[in-house]
Design a protein around this ligand. Structure first.
Ligand SMILES: CC(C)(COP(=O)(O)OP(=O)(O)OC[C@H]1O[C@@H](n2cnc3c(N)ncnc32)[C@H](O)[C@@H]1OP(=O)(O)O)[C@@H](O)C(=O)NCCC(=O)NCCS
Length: 193
């Protein structure tokens, strides 16, 4: 198997030497990605409608949103594989008439909840479904006595950032992926793939 070789760096002056080395090696920065943090109680208030119910198992309905029309099905299938095999993940999904419209996943560990893969089918967006998924995860976090929640979002994803802002998330830090676009599988020195 060949892995796409990517380096991940927080944007801080303390890493400026590392960034200079990455440029010398022909890598280019992509992103940036924001790491955001929110509080479970505040996130629970993002929706006044009924929160999404959560399940400890990935269901076919939950998975179907990621490969739905309007999304990159290859990327979606890969996300489903990754989220389905991670231990301790909970899955949130909202369906209407047997059709899943919105999905998300959350992982729990070390006193934190992490939220991943928030998706609403394009034709169902803007109806408060993702907010209900977030509220469902926040309810679970409150039940499990987990006060803090994190997620990652690309800085130019205005819809998602609007959602997370409404739920009270705020930036903790930002980072960039560095890739060699001409030769994505070029290994960094000291890293074998
Ligand atoms: C981001 C996403 C999950 C939001 O789903 P959604 O079901 O449409 O979101 P909701 O309807 O619950 O919106 C809740 C709040 O988010 C914010 N929001 C939603 N769409 C927005 C937009 N286009 N612009 C700005 N804010 C927006 C608003 O504050 C909204 O509350 P309001 O309707 O009371 O104003 C959806 O756009 C999506 O699937 N995008 C593609 C995948 C993606 O980028 N996922 C996030 C990865 S980090």
């Amino acid at each position: 198997m060949r892995l796409r070789c990517t380096s991940l760096n927080a944007e801080t002056s303390a890493l400026s030497d590392v960034q200079r080395n990455l440029i010398e090696m022909g890598l280019k920065p992509h992103g940036p990605v924001l790491v955001q943090i929110g509080q479970s109680h505040q996130i629970r208030s993002v929706s006044t409608s009924s929160p999404a119910t959560t399940s400890n198992q990935p269901t076919a309905e939950w998975a179907s949103v990621y490969t739905a029309e309007g999304f990159d099905s290859e990327d979606g299938a890969q996300r489903v594989r990754l989220m389905s095999r991670s231990p301790g993940v909970v899955y949130g999904c909202i369906s209407e008439g047997g059709v899943a419209l919105a999905s998300g996943a959350a992982s729990v560990g070390h006193g934190w909840m992490g939220i991943h893969g928030m998706r609403t089918r394009p034709q169902a967006q803007g109806q408060g479904l993702a907010a209900r998924i977030l509220a469902g995860f926040a309810e679970l976090a409150i039940q499990r006595n987990i006060p803090r929640v994190y997620l990652q979002v690309e800085e130019d994803n205005t819809k998602a950032i609007g959602l997370y802002k409404k739920a009270g998330f705020a930036k903790a830090w930002r980072y960039r992926y560095w890739r060699n676009d001409e030769n994505p599988f070029h290994a960094l020195p000291g890293i074998s793939s």
